[in-house]
Design a protein around this ligand. Structure first.
Ligand code: DI6
Ligand code: FE
Length: 395
């Protein structure tokens, strides 16, 4: 297939966005065979798709989601806006553990049915790769079920799924006050079982005063290392707790949220090649005021990714385009950084080298937009200009 007369945002090379005006892409056997200006298009045979001057980008990558869960927390949202305190919500059974209860009670079919509309909303905006975490089971059976459902999503939808084991997300009620016992008796054995079942691509944790401390996360990372699995971490979201430094020391793929990361953390991340995954949906929902240190990340050369963090509590968001807009408006990313954050740097946050850019040899995961310039993608609010999506060479 030959895509002709497109404005290419290749996200590679020195030009802003890697922009090529009046460009073309040759796709062969699911891969990009050639990309460049129309004037240099090599002789090739195949179906020609005239893009009519529209914008062609790498397909989008949502590198941090919790889309597999049951129930929702709309009632809790409503209670809070009617004046209920955090304690009132907790007494009414709200919070993350209410999602754990609902998820434990849902079978595989119900979990899949609940997740698919969220996945479909992401796909409709051009997402071709989605990372999905466990972490609402917190027992062996339900953690494994969540990961099986995540894998299944990649079979029943045209999207590539990358899984992360997030057993260290919260301490379940049956282990209240005994985080160490939960780790040794449930979380770590479940990680081994999930890995043995081929269900885990990476290992994540929630390092925070209200969740797990650095010493506990270090135990999880030690097992990940033994199993040969890459790590990542929810770090410095609500407080400065040392998670970002721990992640960088462990050579993590990414440190996520990172609102309270310091310039010192940024230097360590740059040295380790750890991506900063910014999650403006959670920042917005929680009405946080401390934005991540974008200037320090820029100065240190830390790649920045953007993701939805889609989850029922802190970020009930299924729009990666909205995450791009929020990344610009709330965190002052440039529109170019926002697009890189959902393409080339998101790929890097997942350890993927075959997507996220328009370059020969990469997977033909592409989006054609009813737009003329890539800045339009981050600029608009609540508008989806996707015209066509190609994944693995299939339109
Ligand atoms: N950070 C968050 O903001 C969410 N999880 C996490 O690790 C909260 C998840 C929830 O409230 O359900
Ligand atoms: Fe998260």
């Amino acid at each position: 297939m030959i895509l002709t007369h497109a404005t290419l945002a290749t996200m590679t090379g020195p030009a802003p966005y890697g922009l090529v005006r009046d460009g073309a892409v040759v796709v062969d056997e699911g891969r990009i065979a050639w990309a460049g200006p129309m004037a240099q298009l090599p002789a090739a045979s195949g179906e020609v798709v005239d893009c009519g001057g529209r914008l062609l980008t790498p397909a989008l990558i949502d590198c941090h989601t919790h889309v597999v869960f049951a129930g929702d927390r709309a009632a809790e949202f409503e209670m809070r806006l009617n004046g209920a305190s955090y304690a009132d919500v907790a007494r009414a059974g709200g919070g993350i553990l209410s999602t754990v209860r609902a998820t434990r009670a849902a079978d595989e079919a119900a979990l899949l049915a609940a997740a698919l509309p969220r996945v479909d909303a992401l796909i409709a905006e051009g997402v071709a790769v989605i990372e999905i975490k466990s972490g609402y089971g917190l027992d062996t059976e339900t953690e494994l079920r969540m990961l099986r459902v995540a894998r299944r999503i990649g079979l029943v939808r045209p999207v590539r799924v990358v899984t992360s084991f997030l057993g260290a997300h919260a301490v379940p009620p049956e282990f209240a006050g005994r985080a160490g016992d939960y780790l040794s008796e449930v979380c770590l054995p479940t990680l081994r079982a999930a890995h043995a079942g081929g269900l885990v691509d990476a290992v994540d944790g929630f390092c925070e005063g209200i969740a797990f401390g650095v010493d506990e996360i270090a135990q999880v990372f030690a097992v990940a290392r033994e199993l040969g699995l890459p790590v990542k971490l929810h770090a410095e979201q609500l407080t400065q707790s040392g998670g970002t430094a721990l992640a960088a020391q462990a050579g993590a793929l990414s440190a996520d949220h990172v609102e309270y990361a310091t310039a010192g953390d940024a230097a360590m991340m740059a040295a380790a090649g750890t991506v900063a995954v910014l999650l403006p949906g959670a920042f917005y929902t929680l009405r946080e005021t401390q934005a991540p240190p974008v200037a320090a990340f820029r100065a240190a050369g830390v790649p920045m990714a953007l993701a939805t963090d889609c989850n029922p509590g802190s970020s009930p968001m299924t729009s990666l385009l909205l995450a791009m807009n929020m990344g610009c408006t709330l965190f002052r990313l440039t529109p170019e950084e926002a697009l890189a954050g959902v393409t080339r740097h998101a790929a890097r946050a997942l350890g993927l080298t075959d997507c996220g850019r328009i370059a020969p040899g990469l997977r033909a995961d592409l989006c054609l937009w009813d737009a003329e310039h890539p800045a339009e993608l981050a600029y608009r609010i609540g508008f989806n200009p996707l015209s066509r999506r190609m994944i693995g060479g299939a339109l």
